[in-house]
Ligand binder design. Structure first.
Ligand code: NOJ
Length: 769
């Protein structure tokens, strides 16, 4: 009897399950999806709907905060889980998907999310480094490869791109962003989304998640997770554009920020989620919280777990990452009338739609093709791209007497704690990669020089003198990373060895900077110098009188004022990823040239931050040449100028810019003006240049920035070659948000500036009638 009952029940259940949706033509896809999901939602219990809003982590997955509970197959089978994150085992993913598809009542598949930030197995430069390529095509390619590798291992959703604008180099997460400029960041954001998502019907494209909405990059005092407060006008002009660009580019999901905005934490901020995202920008994708952020609202002090969970749902949040506040309390809130079933349905619908768009209802195992693990990961082609793009991201900050490129001859002393270190080359957020897979700088140089050059190597120092700091930073990431490989020898012994080989060398290459986890989440710093242990060594290397090249590993703008005055050549290589050493060799020896340009301003001292190029004019502007004068915006003990400007970077050749030519001096709102400039390669080798267009709205009804990036073009010129580069400017590009949040342009004069960086431009003026 019991047996018969079971059969009847399972036949009945089969009739009710999710089933396979039709794959119709593009035109009828949406109604088809709606029909399918409406039908599914009709069959779901309240518990199952709430279960879909639950994104959890399980023991053994990578965690960026405390795990509140373990997921089990039983919980999945009961429909209590909608998605899981950071599971790095394809068999485990398959097992969990099985539990959902085969054992849960409606067989709704799970989403598997992961922080695939700048590569998965093959690691590209950190995102800030990628942005320094100023090449959306390269960034799209990096994202595409990331999607191929992640999807081959069961991941269908990446928590990337991170597009938080920041002017604050103290904030460690600038490593993960696209720099300080809203326009450039928007272009880059679109490239990431194209690369990750492409055509989601394919099994090697994954859903992107733009984050962290909003203002996460502006924490007070640069402290991660700190409070933010700013005007709405500033939010719209500076912080929101990359998010809006992501929405327009069709991003599938958005992650909320940890911080509060106007006093309400982002995860429960109705103005952000409903008014801006859903209404103003018509975003209809999935909105997910950051890790534990729902529960953390109890710590922010805006209510108990039930209260904050209800507030989050009512504000428009669909999915709760890790805190299980929604899953644990919504049923009670529903019974007490604190939330409406229609809002639960809507949130559930958006989770189901994401699954539908990914094709998981058609094939829940779409991302579990185990044959791909052996063919699609860490391939020679992927590594070749990683090498190319890493080289493209390097920024040459100084090159006295054309010390670089180095000739392949003589003796080179490669010195520093990052010279022969693999894990640090990967930078933050690279837990999909084998820590020892990168080519170290030393290895790369050795491989590329053959027998013509003698390469000597010494570590020279530890990364820092401060073991406690190293332990703290390592603790942030548990046992995952081993970046601070401390040496058994004393500081004196390490130094003596380095100075001995330096004495025998023709040139010293010092590989120094931050450890990977000194920049990234939870890694804000008050001191932006190269750590003392290394800087002390660098000073001694300089004192040898030998030419010194500094290869700087950094996850943020660092203060290099001493280095700029004293070191012959400085090449910023960020954290270059898997092919670090080979990419460095390519650039150091001149097989390639440094093409990167800064996307964040480099300060002279930490007291200058937050710092940016596109600041608004004050009534007491500082002196343009940087001299210190009283009673203007500035300091008494430091110039207001940065050390390296936004957009700056040298190559191995030189370029001469002509004057900006405008084809008209006046346009109306429907017209366009073409701005052109002639650029000549005046050096004796070919080279590339990022030609940058800035515009200033000279008089506005509100104060306007001194200049704003509005376009850029990367060009390559042979020695002696000239090219005319043109930009078309229309009224749309002149729009901004005023203090009533109207998106407008205003008639009047505009200064058009074109040049090699934000501080080196020539200009001309036109009038918008
Ligand atoms: C916290 C981080 O803020 C976020 O960027 C990340 O995606 C999640 N943890 C998940 O790891």
């Amino acid at each position: 009897m019991k047996f018969l009952f079971c059969i009847i029940l399972s036949v009945f259940a089969m009739g009710m399950t999710a089933g396979h949706p039709h794959t119709g033509s593009k035109k009828d896809k949406e109604p088809e999806m709606n029909k399918y999901i409406n039908n599914l939602i009709r069959q779901m219990t309240v518990e199952e709907k709430i279960g879909q809003l639950n994104l959890i982590s399980i023991d053994g997955s990578v965690m960026t905060g405390p795990v509140t509970e373990s997921a089990t197959g039983e919980r999945i089978a009961k429909g209590e889980v909608g998605a899981l994150l950071n599971i790095m085992s394809p068999p485990k993913i398959r097992e969990l998907q099985d539990a959902a598809v085969k054992n849960s009542r409606l067989g709704i598949p799970l989403l598997f999310g992961m922080d695939v930030i700048h590569g998965y197995n093959t690691v590209f430069p950190i995102s800030l480094g990628l942005s320094a390529t100023w090449n959306p095509e390269s960034i799209e390619k990096a994202a595409r490869i990331s999607a191929i590798e992640a999807s081959a291992q069961g991941v269908c959703w990446t928590f990337s791109p991170m597009v938080d604008i920041s002017y604050d180099a103290r904030w460690g997460r600038v490593a993960e962003g696209n720099g300080e400029d809203p326009y450039l960041s928007s272009e880059i954001t679109k490239a990431y989304i194209r690369g990750y998502q492409g055509d989601l019907t394919q099994n090697d494209q994954i859903m992107a998640c733009v984050k962290h909405f909003a203002l996460y990059g502006a924490p007070e005092a640069g402290k991660d997770y700190n409070t933010v407060d700013m005007s709405r006008m500033r939010m719209f002009n500076e912080y929101f554009p990359p998010f809006e660009a992501a929405v327009k580019a069709g991003v599938g999901s958005i992650m909320t920020a940890f911080n509060d905005v106007e006093g309400v934490p982002a995860a429960a901020n109705e103005w952000l989620l409903k008014d801006i995202l859903q209404q103003r920008w018509s975003f209809n994708g999935l909105i997910v919280s950051d890790w534990d952020a729902v529960r953390e609202m109890t710590v922010h002090g805006i209510g108990d777990l039930q209260e904050v969970s209800a507030r989050a749902l009512n504000a428009g949040l669909d999915m709760d990452m890790a805190s299980q506040g929604l899953s644990g309390t919504l049923k009670k809130s529903l019974a007490e009338g604190k939330v409406k079933i229609s809002d639960i349905d809507n949130a559930c619908r958006r989770v189901l739609e994401a699954k539908y768009k990914l094709g998981l209802f058609n094939n829940p195992y779409k991302y579990c093709d185990t044959t791909r693990v052996s063919t699609d990961i860490f391939t020679a082609a992927h590594r070749e791209e990683a090498r190319r793009i890493a080289a493209e991201s390097f920024v040459l900050l100084k090159n006295d007497k054309e010390l670089l490129p180095l000739g392949k001859k003589g003796t080179i002393a490669v010195i520093g704690p990052l010279a022969d270190n693999k894990p640090n080359m990967l930078g933050t957020w690279s837990f999909g990669a084998n820590l020892y897979s990168p080519v170290s700088i030393l290895e790369g140089l050795q491989q590329q020089v053959g027998n013509h050059v003698t390469i000597l190597h010494a570590k020279g120092s530890n990364l820092t003198y401060d073991k406690e700091l190293e332990d703290r930073v390592s603790l942030n990431w548990g046992t995952l990373y081993k970046h601070f490989d401390r040496d058994n020898r004393t500081d004196e012994q390490l130094e003596a060895e380095a100075l001995e080989i330096a004495g025998r060398a023709d040139v010293i290459v010092a590989v120094m900077g931050e450890a990977a986890e000194m920049a990234g989440e939870g890694a804000s710093r008050t001191n932006l110098d190269i750590p003392d242990a290394q800087k002390d060594l660098l000073k001694k290397l300089k004192a040898t009188g030998k030419p010194v090249v500094l290869l700087l590993c950094a996850g943020r703008p660092m203060t290099l004022t001493w280095e700029n005055e004293n070191i012959d050549a400085i090449l910023n290589i960020w954290f270059p990823g898997t092919e670090a050493g080979l990419a460095v060799a390519d650039v150091l020896f001149g097989d390639k040239e440094p093409e990167g340009r800064l996307t964040m301003t480099f300060p002279r001292s930490v007291g200058q931050v937050p710092m940016r190029y596109n600041y608004r004019q004050t009534g007491r502007p500082p002196h343009a040449d940087g001299r210190i004068v009283p009673y203007v915006t500035g300091y008494i003990d430091e110039t207001h100028l940065p050390l390296y400007h936004f957009g700056y970077g040298l190559g191995y050749t030189s370029f001469k810019y002509g004057e900006v030519m405008l084809d008209k001096k006046e346009i109306d709102a429907k017209g366009t003006v073409t701005a052109s400039i002639e650029i000549t390669n005046t050096g004796n080798r070919s080279g590339s240049e990022v030609v940058q267009l800035y515009i200033r709205d000279i008089v506005g009804t509100v104060t306007r920035p001194l200049k704003e990036l509005k376009g850029f073009k990367k060009i390559r010129l042979e020695a002696g070659e000239r090219k005319v580069v043109s930009f078309t400017i229309d009224a749309e590009m002149l729009k901004f948000y005023n203090n009533r949040l109207e998106h407008i342009f205003e008639p009047g004069e505009f200064e058009v500036m074109i040049g090699a960086n934000s501080n080196s431009v020539s200009s001309s003026i036109f009038r918008l009638l």
